[in-house]
Design a protein around this ligand. Structure first.
Ligand code: HEM
Length: 439
């Protein structure tokens, strides 16, 4: 058995520990930790002790066997300032109760009912693209997924609120850099950060209040998520769940779709194969349906490969609430345990040529690959409630785009990554759309 003090790790500076290295390049820092120091690495951010777990068996143990001994990590704990007691941030009995309550809105049957809306929104959005004119695919997918979340989960049109939600999200995310600093608690209380969070939160609160008021006036459908919330919880709690679903329900899928588009635009031969599958199913300019999902295995594999290479949830934190143990490591109360999708999804032990974009690796079973070598949606009781929603929306939206458009890369516009609460493109994902039948 080892203690945290026995674990190898990068050299730490006095007081700040590894905070500066981490801040400089979070993805590179975690990758270097794992590749140079092994599957359990200790480092410090200020006084906080962190352990990076990079073996799939340890990640499984953390997210399943040990799930009742840990809480969410400090970043999500602090995100409660915005998300309140929503499903992503709540703990214990509140979480168990709410998860049961909300599960029905995300069942396979329900998601199947949402599918038509997902295709229609994507088709309408992409119909306005101009052949040959460069566009930011990320901005487009954000708009699409937010519109879908509004219509399916809340029975409302958020089409005109996209700018508002995106701006609120930006305000809230802008303080993420602070969340990971040792003095986060103090820094977040200082006026500039407080103002930004307050502005973003106020905008989201106003939007949520409007959705709830519309429903109270009898507008919208009666059996969606919003109705369930209003019937079963008080307004304050309903507000927390709505804000959580608005943010968790669109950003991640939008990022995944944008990354998939980037990969296809920069790998035209792969794109031709995926488009071939799509055209075989619904024809040029056609709209796929939920019944087609089983006939789009390569499209689904493409999304999976995008989630592997650019996981929107790039690292997950947990904090030990009692003394516990993961693998052969004794973990004292308060220690933060990290499992990084970015690190595990690019580990050459499980992924030959990990940097290569090859959707084919998801087409055949890989019995030797451990389950938690790939965990874009987390695991255990906190596994993403929206996973089926995300796969359905992701595959159908990608197919709808490819049925109509060929995505061409824009020379000189490289992809840069911004690992905040989610992994997102820093300056958009620029592509030029060309009509499918014209190529
Ligand atoms: C590609 C898209 C998505 C990815 C990669 C993703 C990823 C994740 C991950 C990794 C978690 C676990 C976080 C943790 O344990 O700390 C999570 C939780 C969650 N996700 Fe997703 N998600 C996606 C789409 C969605 C969608 C579409 C929705 C809703 C419509 C959603 C709502 C949630 C909620 C509410 C939770 C908290 C669940 C709980 O703790 O019980 N997500 N997601």
């Amino acid at each position: 058995m080892r203690t945290v003090k026995d674990l190898p790790g990068p050299a730490a500076a006095p007081l700040v520990g590894n905070a500066l290295q981490f801040r400089r390049d979070r993805l590179a820092f975690l990758t270097t930790c794992a590749r140079e120091h092994g599957d359990a690495v200790a480092f410090r951010i200020g006084p906080a002790a962190l352990v990076l777990l990079s073996h799939p068996d340890a990640v499984r143990e953390l997210l399943t066997a040990r799930q009742h001994e840990v809480s969410k990590g400090p970043v999500l704990q602090r995100a409660r300032a915005v998300l309140g007691d929503g499903l992503l941030t709540s703990e214990g009995e509140t979480h168990r109760h709410d998860r049961r309550l909300l599960q029905a809105a995300f069942s396979r049957q329900r998601v199947t009912r949402y599918a038509q809306e997902m295709v229609d929104v994507a088709a309408d959005r992409t119909a306005s693209w101009v052949p040959g004119r460069a566009l930011d695919l990320h901005a487009e997918t954000v708009r699409t997924t937010l519109t879908v979340a509004g219509r399916t989960l809340f029975g409302t049109r958020l089409d005109d609120d996209v700018a508002l939600v995106s701006a609120a999200l930006r305000e809230v995310l802008s303080v993420y850099g602070l969340l990971m600093l040792p003095a986060a608690r103090v820094l977040l209380r200082l006026p500039p950060a407080r103002r930004r969070v307050r502005r973003g939160t106020a905008a989201l609160d106003a939007l949520t209040a409007r959705l709830i008021a519309e429903r109270a006036e009898g507008r919208g459908t009666g059996d969606d998520l919003l109705s369930v919330l209003l019937e079963s919880t008080d307004r304050r709690h309903a507000r927390d769940q709505v804000v959580t679903m608005l943010l968790a329900g669109h950003e991640t899928t939008a990022n995944a779709l944008a990354f998939a588009g980037h990969l296809l635009a920069t790998h035209p031969a792969v794109q031709d194969r995926v488009a071939g599958e799509v055209l075989g199913v619904c024809g040029a300019g056609g709209r796929p349906s939920v019944e087609d999902l089983g006939r789009l295995p390569l499209t689904r594999a493409t999304l999976a490969e995008a989630l592997r290479l650019y996981p929107p949830s790039w690292a997950m934190g947990r904090q030990a609430q009692v003394p516990t143990q993961v693998g052969d490591v004794e973990v004292p109360t308060g220690t933060v345990l990290l499992a990084s999708q970015w690190v595990l999804h690019r580990d050459p032990r499980w992924w030959p040529e990990p940097g290569t974009f090859d959707p084919g690796r998801f087409l055949t079973p890989a019995p030797d690959r451990p389950r938690f070598a790939f965990f874009p949606f987390g695991g255990g009781t906190r596994q993403c409630i929206g996973e089926a929603f995300a796969w359905t929306e992701g595959v159908l939206t990608l197919a709808t785009i490819l049925a109509r458009w060929r995505l061409l890369a824009v020379p000189g516009r490289e992809l840069t990554l911004d690992p905040l609460l989610t992994l997102r493109p820093r300056d958009g994902v620029w592509i030029v759309p060309a009509p499918r039948e014209a190529v």
